[in-house]
Design a protein around this ligand. Structure first.
Ligand SMILES: Cc1cc2nc3c(=O)[nH]c(=O)nc-3n(C[C@H](O)[C@H](O)[C@H](O)COP(=O)(O)OP(=O)(O)OC[C@H]3O[C@@H](n4cnc5c(N)ncnc54)[C@H](O)[C@@H]3O)c2cc1C
Length: 542
């Protein structure tokens, strides 16, 4: 405390002596605020991409309105609760949290509990319920990997692109029938990519990047991440956008019969929504964007959360595999008991089976899955009390799960979709990220990318730093204590602060985003984090 206080005091003294601490007229900060206020931005979609963009822009001092069609935020990152069980209906894992994934930092900031899932903790039953031995499991995995290596060699030749199913049928037809190889092709590859062998590009299906390391889940729900990002942002729910028109002067967005004007717009509509032409663009999207929208695929993944009165399965095994006779149908089960007390198993429909799962009612699902459970776990297995499934294909605000590399697509298609349509209309969303498509981190990075594009396009004087916005708000809130208004902001080491000579107090922010207050008696207090104030700052129009 003393050290911090000394450093702030030294900084203030230095500022005063050199003249930089001299009081500036109140109009300076107000003029800055006015500039920032002039730049208005509409973000379409309150998924992770839209929220990441909005947060960055709000922090930079812009006036941001998010238009979201659903009655909730989060898009494809959301946690429903049934019988008290948190169910991540969209994204479940943070991939490679130790390898640089920015979502891990957000989870920490949100104080969300994480749990390291162990991919090696898996048993894989065949169609009569016998578990594969380590050696047969390994053999299947080797065959699968060798087949993909042969596909890669084949696709290096100058031949037209083809589907992965076609290429595998040529270079390693046995993997399409060998049950363990099929299991790997489905749970490793079709789940990861979102596409299915018949539609995935043999040349490009794995042209993306991954953060290294293991994965974590958020046992209390992934929605902690979008909720954190949404703090203090003006979000209009139930505002379905139907039209966007743009010129070099600005944008006009139509949503729910209302018209919104702004200087800039970042749209984060999912690829599925673009494919279905749900939003009219004027002028229309470029021919190259339309071609990329067509050639990329929108995956079909659905989850089924099964809730039981009691567990009949080994509670310490992370995953149960099943060499399903139908590729992609109920071949992978995640065990809640490894990270919670909930008697819940999650299974999936991958690839084409995503649509099949979605076509069934809860009663039909229970009838369909119970025999599979009995095969894997024996006669002790019971029917689930509930079988709650997702429906991403028919969800009008997603129309699919996540983007994948369709036949004839290349990574350039993601680059094309990321290009601004004009100086005022910008595009984000997982499908616009060349390296990290189909992920939460790809969505997040795409949103930040487009926010930065606006920030650097607009004169820096119209974008105010977060501490400045906080100080300006604090000055308006505590006019007697923090006076005069518009005092110059100083920087010293890890601190950014203002010193109020009339009352001899300091307000500062450190590099950990803590807000500090040093009173006239020399008592230094931490009075929260910047984010604790964002809502009030935004509400004050700053
Ligand atoms: C089943 C499933 C499992 C997944 N698993 C993982 C995983 O484990 N790890 C991982 O990293 N990623 C995973 N993903 C992918 C990840 O969830 C997405 O890539 C990411 O959330 C996409 O974010 P986004 O902001 O680009 O799109 P979205 O989250 O879809 O956001 C777009 C927003 O736009 C809104 N919108 C759509 N149309 C309109 C309109 N006309 N007007 C206004 N608003 C509109 C939508 O409601 C939505 O809120 C999974 C996805 C699914 C579906």
């Amino acid at each position: 405390m003393d050290a911090i206080r000394r450093r702030i005091l030294l900084g203030a003294a230095a500022g005063t002596l050199t003249g930089t601490g001299a009081l500036t007229p109140m109009s300076s900060a107000e003029a800055q605020t006015a500039n920032a206020k002039r730049t208005s931005i509409i973000v379409i979609g309150a998924g992770v991409a839209g929220l990441a963009a909005a947060r960055q822009l709000v922090r930079a001092g812009f006036v941001v309105t998010v238009l979201e069609g659903r009655n909730r935020i989060g898009g494809r990152v959301w946690t429903d609760v049934a019988d008290g069980v948190p169910m991540d209906i969209g994204a479940g894992w943070i991939h490679g949290p130790e390898g640089g994934n920015p979502i891990a930092t957000l989870a920490t900031e949100a104080k969300a509990r994480t749990y390291l899932t162990d991919d090696d903790s898996i048993t894989v039953a065949d169609t009569v319920g016998s578990d594969a031995t380590e050696s047969t499991f390994g053999t299947g995995q080797n065959k699968f990997q060798a087949a993909l290596a042969s596909v890669s060699t084949r696709m290096k030749q100058s031949i037209p692109d083809e589907s992965l199913a076609t290429a595998l049928g040529i270079v390693a037809p046995n993997v399409l029938t060998d049950p363990l190889s099929v299991f790997h092709l489905s749970y490793d590859l079709e789940f990861d990519t979102g596409g299915w062998l018949e539609t995935l590009s043999a040349r490009s299906y794995s042209n993306d990047s991954k953060y290294p390391g293991k994965d974590v889940i958020l046992p209390d729900g992934y929605k902690a991440v979008p909720e954190l990002l949404a703090t203090g942002i003006d979000i209009r729910l139930n505002a379905t956008v139907t039209a966007i028109s743009h010129s070099d002067n600005g944008v006009v967005v139509t949503a729910g019969g209302m018209t919104f004007n702004a200087d800039y717009c970042i749209e984060t509509l999912p690829l599925g929504v673009h494919k279905a032409n749900r939003v009219q663009f004027s002028p229309p999207l470029s021919a190259s964007k339309k071609a990329s929208i067509n050639v990329l695929g929108m995956g079909q993944i659905n989850k089924v959360f099964m809730i039981f009165d009691k567990s009949f399965w080994p509670t310490d095994v992370q995953y149960f595999g099943f060499q399903s006779a139908v590729r992609g149908r109920y071949n992978y089960f995640m065990n809640y008991r490894t990270f919670s007390d909930f008697n819940c198993l999650v299974t999936f429909g991958f690839g084409q089976q995503g649509a099949y799962v979605e076509s069934l009612t809860e009663a039909q699902l229970i009838q369909d899955i119970t025999p599979v459970l009995k095969t894997i776990f024996g006669s002790a297995a019971t029917a689930p009390r509930r079988a709650i499934r997702t429906s991403w294909n028919s969800d009008p605000f997603a129309l699919g799960a996540y983007s994948f590399a369709g036949v004839n697509s290349t990574s350039q298609d993601h680059v094309t979709l990321a290009k601004p349509s004009s100086s005022r209309l910008l595009h984000a969303g997982e499908h616009t990220h060349e390296l990290y498509r189909a992920t939460v981190h790809g969505a997040f990075l795409s949103g930040e990318r487009e926010a930065k594009r606006i920030i650097s396009a607009v004169s820096p004087s119209s974008a105010m730093s977060e501490p400045d916005r906080l100080f300006n708000w604090a000055e308006s809130f505590y006019p007697d204590l923090l006076s005069p208004r518009g005092t110059t902001t100083l920087n010293q080491g890890i601190y950014t602060y203002r010193y109020y000579s009339s009352t001899n107090v300091f307000v500062g922010v450190d590099d950990k985003r803590n807000v500090l207050f040093l009173n006239a008696a020399g008592l230094l207090q931490t009075v929260g984090k910047i984010d604790d104030y964002t809502a009030r700052i935004v509400a004050a129009g700053l």
